[in-house]
Design a protein around this ligand. Structure first.
Ligand code: FAD
Length: 398
């Protein structure tokens, strides 16, 4: 093939990027493209900023390799077809995704590609094992984590692909200006980009053997904090798993990466995951308590560990997993407020906010999802005694 366009979506990295690697291997010239889609913007100022930082970093990394990133705004399908026409491309490569919106975009791109005699191909890389690949006997996806985890560990994973030596951009392509970086809402949010992501992975991975002991220590903050980079594909989950597999006592951490894949295959099979109860027969009778909801969202419940979690969310655009469990349980099981309201509040602030993981976990906690013990409830006081015994977390986020 003479020329291929690589449409980046949320695979904003050069390392282990199968779509980019395939285009570089099969085409003489490669045109990397990112399209800011107005339909997806504005849901979370924090994520808009993080995304912008990822795109800016990707452009800088490509420029370091004598290439560039074409940046456009508008409908990704229309912009991709337009650019393919401008540069005389014969093919388009992109990463496959799971959400209903992304899958519609993929179908439209395939149809438009056919109309314009372009070969359009989608590649893996969003998860470690592709959603839809592992199926239990008699079902289209796994509904319970433990059997999925066993099948996932036994599955054949793809090999990570090599970093392309060159991304040969044809001359004369109008690359476009990057829009101004949006203002986020959280002052202490992590910075986006593959460069930052790789630094963080290198810095943290040596700690993986202490993950089992430390990952629930709220004040110790001993989890990887890689979730936003995985969310935007600034890191490949497969590469993170491989980095961990080389270290002692890595199992509990790799298991968490499996949770991520688990929820992706659930969302793939059940695209309404953000709107409807997943578990058949789940009873839902929620309280209409606007004042209670606002107190929860603003961290004014008077329950120290709940308020600290919600303050961390607003300050950092991120919250420790243990605090996510406790705050979500408090909203749904103590206040009896609809999980969808909590999910939407998290979705506004989280830089790792992601439909399969956010909705999947909210439903798990609310008892409408994949938890095999749907009536479990996290007692905030006992959780504080256990996971923040000296009160440092509560004090930090008072
Ligand atoms: P680590 O503990 O270092 O784990 C490594 C990676 O494993 C994470 O980066 C993440 O990709 C994955 N992972 C860990 N725990 C889970 C889990 N329970 N479910 C799925 N994947 C997991 N995670 C998101 O990425 N996006 C969300 O929008 C999101 N919303 C959540 C909402 C609620 C109510 C709850 C209880 C959890 C939610 N999680 C979400 C899962 C989890 O809290 C975060 O992934 C984790 O806190 C991220 O921190 P880390 O990168 O330090 O995780």
């Amino acid at each position: 093939m003479r020329t291929a366009v690589v449409l980046f979506t949320r695979d904003l990295r050069l390392h282990d990027n199968p779509a980019l690697a395939a285009a570089c291997a099969n085409a003489e010239r490669v045109v990397p493209l990112f399209v800011f889609d107005p339909v997806l913007a504005g849901r979370s100022p924090n994520r808009d900023r993080f995304l912008h930082q990822c795109v800016a970093d990707l452009r800088a990394l490509l420029r370091d390799r004598d290439s560039d990133l074409v940046v456009r705004q508008g409908d990704p399908v229309a912009e991709t077809i337009r650019l393919a026409g401008e540069v005389g491309a014969e093919g388009v490569a992109a990463a496959a995704d799971v959400s209903a919106y992304a899958r519609r975009r993929e179908r439209r791109l395939l149809a438009e590609g056919e109309r314009h005699e372009l070969s359009v191909r989608f590649f893996p890389g969003l998860t470690i094992v592709d959603p839809g690949v592992l199926k239990p006997g008699g079902g289209d996806h796994y509904r319970v984590f433990s059997p999925y985890h066993r099948a996932w560990l036994a599955a054949k994973w793809r090999e990570p692909v090599a970093l392309p030596k060159k991304v040969p951009l044809p001359s004369g392509v109008a690359v476009g200006r990057l829009p101004a970086e949006p203002a986020g809402e959280s002052p202490d949010a992590a910075r986006g980009g593959e460069t930052e992501a790789r630094q963080r992975l290198r810095g943290w991975i040596g700690e993986v053997e202490h993950y089992d002991d430390g990952h629930n220590d709220l004040a110790g903050d001993r989890t990887s904090r890689l979730s936003p980079y995985l969310r935007f594909g600034a890191l490949s989950p497969l590469e993170v798993a491989h980095a961990a597999l080389g270290k002692p006592a890595h199992d509990p951490f790799v298991r968490q990466l499996c949770w991520r894949d688990f929820y992706y295959q659930v969302a793939y099979a059940f695209p309404e995951i953000g709107r409807k109860a997943y578990r058949r027969g789940a009873t839902e009778g929620w309280q209409d308590d606007d004042a209670g909801f606002r107190r929860w969202a603003e961290g004014r419940t008077g329950v120290p560990i709940v308020d600290a979690g919600m303050h961390q969310l607003r300050r950092e655009g991120w919250m420790h997993n243990r605090a996510r469990l406790v705050t979500a349980s408090y909203l749904t099981k103590d206040l009896g407020i609809d999980w969808r309201r909590g999910q939407n509040e998290f979705y506004r602030w989280l830089i790792d906010g992601d439909l399969p993981n956010n909705s999947g976990n909210w439903q798990w906690v609310a008892g409408t999802g994949n938890d095999t013990r749907p009536y479990r409830k996290f007692n905030p006081e006992r959780q504080r005694e256990r996971y923040d015994p000296d009160g440092s977390y509560v004090e930090r986020y008072a």
